[in-house]
Design a protein around this ligand. Structure first.
Ligand code: NAD
Length: 455
């Protein structure tokens, strides 16, 4: 082990921890341990594997205060949100505990006999997770991968590793799965890349930026690894003239500014039909101003700081001269990497602010006239992760939903992610699907066995 990574609280800039910066030698050793552990984990009786995942869920609940506090101080997110996220991690393990004995195949009548399919474990899975929702996103991959009989090596983001490291310790102390789960901390470019290239790793599950996703895909291609990529987004909320404006405005601020905009599903483009445009803008500014920005540990806080000074600089670089920008709310002075929400009114839809993933508290509001134009604007993006449609006309909602190039959509809601339903992106927002039963396809190899019945 060569060195340590220092971890800071983005709300106070104080040092809150250190984790090892592992090197390639530790990756090799971890993969070897994982291979051995996977063989015995996959052979364990179904009921034991189910109970092990359920025990992890119970342990997460028992440690939920501690894990939520770590997540809040590491990422800078409100403690109340972190607590919900940690409880969601437990729910995810419970859901996949129930999946362990429902990994089904087909029987297929064929000439001369019967064919049947099995879903076999892939082997060793590396989960590389981002800094914005560290433990939830890791769990969406760890739980189904384990349920399907794989071993998992998790590499959390260097900026926010604390909750994942603590989770790894808690699972180790439980003693229910041994080395079938290991956590390795370190630099993405070094150990993340080493995992993507390692011939003993059978699958990479990566969540992060589209740029890093491209480099993972390249590294994984050398050994033809299976890959799931959950990448960036520039999701649109399409707001039609017949919207229930009160409901929409109640939801709008957190649909883009939750987690201080550091959310892959952030609806950072509001496409608003011209008949309701002015009223929407006015209401959106007002409802955003009502959000409380400040100490993440305070019960009524809605928005914390951005994750780092460097990230705040990147976000601020989108506020170019010539834009019509309204600052909605007041951010604390510092210490901490604070930034108040910004609403950019009617920018050029082709401009940087309206097309790039900003990953911070900046929303664009763009007018349109017709349904056709709204769909064209929404689809004019390299991304296709999420989005919302606001209308009271069910026909219009469903027409629009079917034509939007996006993996996850909601009508009259901002809900993107549920444990029971598939989640993932079209276009450069990713490859493959997480969550629900779809994750079983992502963590198993399909095997066909033919049995001759002809004499
Ligand atoms: P990132 O791409 O910088 O890092 C993600 C992870 O990859 C980290 O663990 C990092 O250490 C590792 N990494 C970096 N370089 C690597 C390399 N060359 N090889 C292997 N691993 C490497 O992303 P981030 O800044 O942590 O997260 C923000 C991005 O994640 C945004 O683009 C956001 O949209 C995306 N995201 C997507 C989803 C989704 O589900 N689609 C969810 C959350 C975040």
């Amino acid at each position: 082990m060569s060195s340590y990574i220092s971890v800071f609280n983005p709300a106070t800039e104080e040092l809150i921890g250190e984790v090892p910066a592992y090197d390639v030698a530790e990756v090799n050793a971890a993969v070897e341990r994982a291979q051995g552990a996977q063989r015995s984990w996959a052979k364990r009786p179904l009921a034991e594997r189910r109970d092990a995942l359920w025990a992890i869920a119970d342990a997460v609940i028992a440690h939920s205060d501690e894990l939520a506090l770590l997540e809040s101080t590491d990422v800078g997110k409100p403690l109340s949100a972190a607590r919900q996220e940690v409880l969601g991690v437990a729910e995810c393990f419970k859901y996949y505990a129930g999946v362990v004995d429902k990994i089904l195949g087909d029987t297929i009548p064929v000439d001369g006999g019967i064919s049947m399919t099995f879903r076999e474990p892939m082997g060793v899975v590396a989960v590389i997770s981002p800094w914005n929702f560290p433990l939830p996103i890791a769990s969406w991959n760890i739980a189904p991968a384990l349920a399907c009989g794989n071993a998992v090596i998790v590499k959390p983001a260097a900026l926010t590793p604390l909750s994942t490291v603590r989770f790894g310790q808690i699972v180790k102390e439980l003693g229910v799965i041994g080395d079938a789960l290991q956590v390795l901390t370190g630099s993405g470019a070094r150990i993340g890349n080493a995992l993507a290239e390692h011939p003993g790793v059978n699958k990479i599950s990566f969540t992060g930026s589209t740029e890093t996703g491209r480099s993972i895909l390249h590294a994984a291609s050398k050994t033809m690894k299976r890959v799931t990529l959950e990448l960036g987004g520039k999701s649109a909320s399409v707001v039609y003239d017949d919207v229930d404006l009160a409901k929409c405005l109640q939801a709008a601020p957190l649909s883009v500014f939750e987690n201080t905009g550091q959310d892959c599903c952030a609806r950072s483009r509001f496409l608003v039909q011209r008949g309701v445009f002015d009223e929407f803008v006015e209401g959106f500014i007002e409802s955003t101003r009502a959000l409380k920005i400040g100490d993440p540990l305070h019960g009524s806080t809605n928005l914390g700081p951005l994750v780092s000074a460097a990230h705040r600089d990147t976000v601020a670089s989108f506020l170019e001269d010539g834009l019509n920008v309204v600052t909605a709310g007041e951010a604390p002075e510092g210490p901490g990497f604070w930034m108040a929400p910004r609403i950019v009114i009617a920018p050029d839809p082709k401009s940087r602010v309206a097309t790039d993933e900003i990953f911070g508290p900046i929303a664009s509001v763009i007018p349109f006239d017709t349904e056709e134009e709204a769909i064209a604007l929404a689809n004019d993006s390299i991304y296709g992760l999420s989005g919302s449609i606001w209308t009271q006309d069910i026909g219009q909602a469903m027409r629009t939903a079917r034509r939007l190039e996006s993996g996850t959509l909601s009508v009259n809601s901002n809900s993107s992610i549920r444990i029971q339903t598939p989640f993932g992106g079209f276009k450069q927002s990713g490859i493959g699907r997480e969550l629900g039963q779809a994750a079983v396809e992502g963590y198993t190899e399909l095997k066909t066995v033919f049995v001759r019945t002809d004499p």
